[in-house]
Design a protein around this ligand. Structure first.
Ligand code: SF4
Ligand SMILES: [Zn+2]
Length: 530
């Protein structure tokens, strides 16, 4: 048995014989139910010492090093400034809450501008509670995961109407009382805004902790996540819990990055088991290079057979990966493929500028309440008939015939949602004037290009419009007679200026034979706009 194995076995034996458990912080361990009617449940096997922070001196040193680095190197972010300077506790909690919801699944660089605009528009819970969902969606447009904005506003209304405008002050109450606030967000708000001594575990923290303690078991499994929460609660600094949590996340975001961690610059490398292992391997390799016969490095796993936190035996440590051996996740399920036909319905507005028809999505489900071009989900095997299907859909919606051949194929636009690989098959339909739609059927409106971009539309729809414009530019690039044609169009046989409005029936007409010949016969390769 190697010395490491012997040490680990001894440590584990000592823990077992004393009935030791996973050593959660006092008062913060998660209770586990005992089996009904039987003897108390046996304590779960303790994790091997290598995976714990069991040395108080080391924990103290790690906290000090991390906080000193954070004080020196932290990024200047608007929500940090507010959390540090806002004297009103409810405003402070609200400011942190908004930032945490925006930062879920979204990069800091993207969030900053959204955050500043949001806080300028709705600086308090009360202001947000009075906003309409439409306004929230408009500001959120482009940030993705739109239900986050909606839930944030619903929860703000609840704080104002049911909690007298006072934010819950503890992680437990925040999670219990506020819609959309999970364990992580609750811990972040409570520690950063109210100084509650509670840890947090997000994607960055998972990566850092797994590397610090060589945790190679599936980091998305509940058992491992539980261990990581225990660890985060052991580590958090009681005098600066908010700063400590932000420091750990900052380390993951800027130093201990997923693919290219900067271990040599890392303020906690001396506490990092993964880095220690890499260094041992490097030392071994360099000694070999100089013809020495070094002892085989002590780089084995923790020494406990079937350790629940080490990499599985089938996927041992891979020296070529270094510290990025950790964390490990099971392969992601491939996203579900979906196809949607979407139609950019365009007309000439005042002064010849194009206007687009947008309709509102249902108030629940994907992209709830957002505006989009008229769309129709397609079955995977419908590709041959999608033009007909879309025409049929528009026809039912507009209440009069729409000829399939009047729909011009533009291309395909791909957008990846978190779990959906969405392909929009884009068509366009030009109308020669105004159309009166029945808003009782679907909420709909005509918008100019600027209004489109200011509306609550998804990034995917912006890609669709971009594809449409690209195709339009291609078609109207200088060819004989086109200038004349454009001028004639701009002067507007079909202008929708006041006085020129005609009926829907007059505008939804089948294309003339000449127009029909302009339509592409062969579907071209899809321009992926990713
Ligand atoms: S030493 Fe490297 S792997 Fe370890 S915590 Fe620092 S950056 Fe991450
Ligand atoms: Zn182990």
């Amino acid at each position: 048995m190697s010395p490491a194995r012997a040490r680990a076995a001894a440590a584990a034996g000592a823990l077992r014989s004393s009935g030791g458990s996973a050593a959660p912080p006092q008062g913060r361990g998660r209770k586990r139910a005992s089996p009904r009617g039987g003897a108390p449940a046996a304590a779960p096997a303790p994790p091997p010492a290598r995976h714990l922070f069991s040395d108080p001196a080391e924990v103290e040193a790690l906290r000090g090093n991390l906080l000193a680095w954070y004080d020196r190197c932290k990024r200047d972010l608007p929500w940090r400034a507010l959390a540090a300077t806002e004297p009103d506790a409810d405003r402070r909690g609200y400011a942190v809450w908004v930032s945490e919801i925006m930062l879920q699944q979204t990069q800091v660089a993207t969030v900053i501008d959204y955050y500043n605009r949001w806080m300028q528009k709705w600086p308090t819970l009360q202001a947000l509670a009075q906003a309409s969902l439409e306004e929230v969606n408009e500001l959120w447009a482009g940030l993705g995961y739109y239900s986050r904005g909606k839930r944030l506003q619903e929860a703000a209304r609840k704080v104002v109407s049911e909690l007298a405008g006072q934010m819950p002050r503890t992680a437990e109450d925040l999670q219990k009382l506020l819609l959309g606030v999970g364990r992580y967000t609750a811990g972040a708000i409570a520690s950063i805004s109210y100084g509650q001594v509670t840890g947090v575990v997000d994607g960055n923290v998972i990566r850092v902790l797994c590397r610090l303690r060589c945790i190679g078991a599936d980091s998305s499994s509940p058992a491992v996540i539980d261990r990581l929460w225990d660890m985060a609660n052991v580590l958090v600094d009681s005098s600066r819990p908010g700063d400590f949590n932000q420091a750990l996340m900052e380390l993951g975001a800027t130093v201990c990055t997923p693919k290219a961690p900067l271990c040599r610059e890392c303020p906690v490398k001396q506490h990092c088991q993964a880095w220690r292992r890499v260094e041992k391997e490097l030392a071994f390799a360099s000694q070999q290079l100089f013809g020495k016969q070094p002892p085989v490095p002590d780089v084995e796993d923790c020494g406990i057979g079937d350790c629940p936190l080490c990499p599985p035996a089938t996927e041992p440590w891979d020296s070529s990966l270094g510290v990025t051996n950790f964390p490990r996740k099971p392969a992601k399920k491939p996203p579900r493929a979906m196809r949607t036909a979407t139609c950019v319905v365009e007309r000439r507005g005042c002064h010849g500028a194009p206007e687009y028809l947008i309709v509102q999505r249902p108030s629940s489900g994907l992209l709830a309440g957002l505006w989009e071009f008229p769309t129709l989900p397609l079955a995977q095997d419908l590709q041959e008939k999608e033009r007909e299907e879309l025409a049929h859909h528009l026809q039912a919606w507009m209440g009069r015939p729409v000829a399939a051949k009047g729909l011009q194929f533009i291309g395909e636009v791909v957008h990846i949602f978190s779990h959906i690989h969405q392909t929009y098959v884009v068509y366009s339909l030009h109308l020669d004037g105004d159309v009166t739609l029945d808003p009782a059927l679907f909420p709909s409106r005509w918008v100019t290009e600027d209004e489109f971009h200011a509306s609550a539309v998804s990034t995917a729809m912006k890609k669709v419009l971009k594809a449409h414009e690209k195709q339009h530019r291609k078609e109207s690039s200088p060819v004989k007679g086109s200038k004349k044609k454009r001028r004639a169009e701009a002067q507007g046989t079909g202008s929708t200026c006041p006085g020129a409005q005609l009926s829907l029936r007059a505008f939804l007409r089948a294309p003339t034979a000449r127009e029909g010949t302009d339509l592409p016969r062969v579907r071209h390769q899809s321009p992926s706009l990713r």
